[in-house]
Ligand binder design. Structure first.
Ligand code: FAD
Length: 319
């Protein structure tokens, strides 16, 4: 099973088409997920990212009228989905692995399962704060930053597990991806500090980066230039989101801390309805993809939310 970096190196004339999917809400059906993403399989993505979702805390009403907080995981099933898509579509899954909500031992157990499944790629992330809290707190004996998780995975690749350093432990062989933010991670005090932390992730063992979504290609171009000038030579995959409702014009910047280019913003604001906004979103993304291809990106990675329609509307013009 090839690694993401090998897929990127093997792509010759065109960038790789790749996608990110999310597990269905708890109790969802795997058949529906596979059905929803199957149109995109026509384009043969060599790898598919599957997001991971930590626990959150919700308030439920008790019979006596008072309420209590309960812990729930709204989108479980990442590992099972990875296994299902591997067998159904013969693609390489890239499960996301999180610090937030997990201890180092739980991370190790998950990585051992992935290794036994023959999965060779992981995306190592810190994750966000647990809802409804506002700040990120690692679990006791959990990692505080993605760089620490990357070090743990690298250690496993060298046969070094958490509590046992015998020479008989088998080495995993994970190719490790990490997240990057052309418009800065929202918690970082400055771009410079955020960039230093990114360098730490690469030094720890990240072999490629996937960016947060952006709608202004210049942000990506500037970011890649800065990486190259600072000796970060690994592939930097642009993450793309196709705007599909008018509401997303205000939601996406709030959720992902990004700027919408003025001409795009104006066009969406003037759109009569969601259908018109979606068409503008598709056309904007096609233009973004064409410019990114001219720039020589290794892949075009689409945040699909497990739906095919808008991604296919863009991709059929590109691939
Ligand atoms: P980190 O790289 O650890 O950085 C987090 C913050 O800490 C940054 O501000 C950084 O500058 C700072 N920092 C890093 N190291 C240090 C240090 N040593 N000292 C002080 N500050 C430090 N979330 C999910 O829950 N599930 C997913 O599946 C998921 N997939 C994603 C995929 C991609 C491609 C991207 C871009 C994001 C994804 N996210 C996902 C969201 C991600 O978890 C959040 O953006 C999270 O807030 C940061 O994760 P990170 O791995 O970039 O963190």
């Amino acid at each position: 099973m090839p690694k993401v970096t090998e897929h990127l190196a093997n792509a010759k004339d065109k960038p790789v088409f790749s996608i990110e999917i999310i597990p269905p809400a708890k109790g969802g059906k795997i058949d529906e997920l596979l059905h929803d993403i199957s149109p995109m399989m026509e384009l043969k993505p060599p790898f598919i990212d599957v997001t991971y979702h930590r626990e959150e805390y919700i308030s439920v009403k008790k019979e006596d009228g008072t309420s209590k907080e309960i812990k729930t995981r709204k989108r479980p099933g990442t590992v099972g989905i990875c296994s299902a898509i591997m067998h159904k579509f013969d693609v390489d899954p890239v499960p996301h692995v999180l610090c937030g909500g997990f201890t180092k031992d739980e991370n190790e157990d998950l990585l051992i399962d992935l290794n036994y499944l023959g999965i060779k790629n992981v995306m190592a992330l810190r994750g966000d704060h647990a809802k409804p809290f506002q700040t990120f707190k690692p679990k006791a004996d959990g990692h505080a930053y993605a760089a620490e998780l990357i070090t743990q995975i690298k250690d496993m690749n060298n046969g070094k597990y958490l509590h046992d350093e015998t020479e008989y432990l088998s080495k995993s062989d994970f190719c490790i991806g990490a997240a990057a933010y052309p418009e800065k991670h929202f918690e970082a005090e400055s771009e410079a500090i955020d960039f230093e932390h990114l360098k730490t992730k690469v030094k720890a063992g990240a072999e490629y980066l996937v960016t947060q979504m952006f709608f202004d290609n210049q942000k990506y171009f500037d970011f890649v230039k800065k990486c190259r000038e600072n000796g970060l030579d690994i592939p930097i995959i642009p993450g793309l989101k196709i705007l599909s409702t008018k509401k997303q014009l205000s939601i996406l910047p709030k959720l992902f801390y990004l700027e919408m280019p003025l001409d795009f913003r104006n066009a969406i604001e003037e759109a009569n309805d969601d259908k018109a906004a979606r068409q503008i979103g598709i056309e904007w993304c096609i233009t973004q993809c064409k410019e990114l291809m001219d720039f020589g990106v290794p892949a075009l990675h689409f945040y699909t939310m497990s739906k095919s329609t808008t991604t296919m509307a863009v991709a059929k013009h590109i691939f």
